[in-house]
Design a protein. Structure first.
Length: 332
């Protein structure tokens, strides 16, 4: 697959052969788990290299031994498991998948998993925080989604869609090696991370597909498009339903039904999502010369507590926490 060399220059997180040290470090970077070494005479020769694009971690992991890892549920992140060398078996429920150079896997937080590593297994393990993926789906659909998006586990690496995903991974890994790479700056790392998550959502079947496909529907009725355009042009002030219906040229009931069917949320909820998404973008792009209050008031939110609560419900963190991740103001 050619991604070995691309990730070799990532930061070495740890290297160890002592089982307790290995388990403690893997628990630190992934999740607490049970570990069973099947060939204790040969033991372990474990290493982990690690890089980030936004909040998504790209890990090159090898145990160097015959070992079974049982983390039960992943809970806080989605895991894309790609065997660069060797084979791993992933068991979920009563089904075991043989993961090799022809088949990868997407492990979702809400399923129990068990991993069997062979001594020659070298794996690219990509961790997408659950809150990050959920918030991205909400941004794509401007609607509420379940907190348990469930992907099909198996990825056929021979399919054209998988090739497109792997090509994007190649680009990202090469970018992480560059001193001036896109991933080094929040304003460019976030869109790169978004592109990767969007590709996964587009190409890998799962429970999200209906909502995402509806959001990309090209036959959205003209009255819905008119109302949406009016929303986008007036993010800084409240808009009443009567005003939207007049702009759209339909009754309030017809407008509500249209948004619910084609946008996944009634107009008021959809408009709130647009305003929150704009606030999210501005907070991330801040150069340290603005405040949460500045952004909230500029977008027509009259009560900071209500804004913070709605923002946290959507993005899984307070707006002040997002602001902290923005790049610092450059010195002149």
């Amino acid at each position: 697959m050619g991604v070995n060399q691309a990730i070799q220059d990532s930061r070495l997180a740890f290297a160890a052969s002592n089982p307790a040290e290995v388990q403690n470090n893997i628990s630190r970077y992934f999740k607490s788990h049970d570990m069973n070494i099947l060939d204790r005479e040969k033991g372990l020769n474990t290493s982990l290299k690690r890089g980030h694009v936004g909040s998504t971690a790209f890990n090159l992991l090898q145990y160097g031994g015959d070992v079974v890892i049982n983390p039960k549920e992943l809970v806080s992140f989605y895991l894309i498991h790609i065997n660069l060398e060797g084979q791993c078996d992933i068991t979920t429920g009563s089904t075991t998948y043989q993961i090799d150079q022809n088949q990868a896997a997407v492990c979702t937080p809400n399923r129990p998993h068990q991993f069997r590593w062979r001594p020659d297994s070298k794996v690219l393990a990509i961790q997408i925080p659950k809150t990050r993926l959920i918030s991205h789906v909400r941004d794509l659909t401007c609607s509420s989604v379940d907190d348990d998006i469930d992907f099909d586990i198996s990825i056929d690496l021979a399919s054209p869609h998988s090739k497109a995903l792997i090509d994007l991974i190649h680009f990202i890994l090469a970018d992480t090696k560059s001193e001036h790479g896109l991933c080094k700056h929040e304003t460019t790392a976030r869109p790169l991370e978004n592109a990767f998550i969007s590709a996964l959502l587009k190409f890998q079947p799962g429970s999200h597909q209906e909502a995402v496909s509806l959001s990309n529907n090209t036959v959205v009725p003209v009255h819905v498009r008119r109302a949406e355009n009016h929303m986008l042009q007036n993010l800084s002030r409240p808009i009443r339903m009567g005003e939207l219906a007049t702009i759209a040229g339909v009754t309030e009931r017809t407008l509500t039904n249209g948004f619910t069917k084609f946008k996944g949320a009634p107009p008021a909820r959809y408009f709130l999502c647009l305003r929150l998404a704009e606030a999210h973008k501005r907070l991330l792009a801040s150069l340290g010369d603005t405040t949460v209050a500045d952004i909230a008031f500029d977008l027509g939110f009259q009560h900071l507590s209500s804004f913070a609560s709605a923002y946290r419900d959507r993005y899984g963190e307070l707006p002040s926490e997002t602001l902290k991740t923005a790049p610092p103001l450059l010195s002149t």
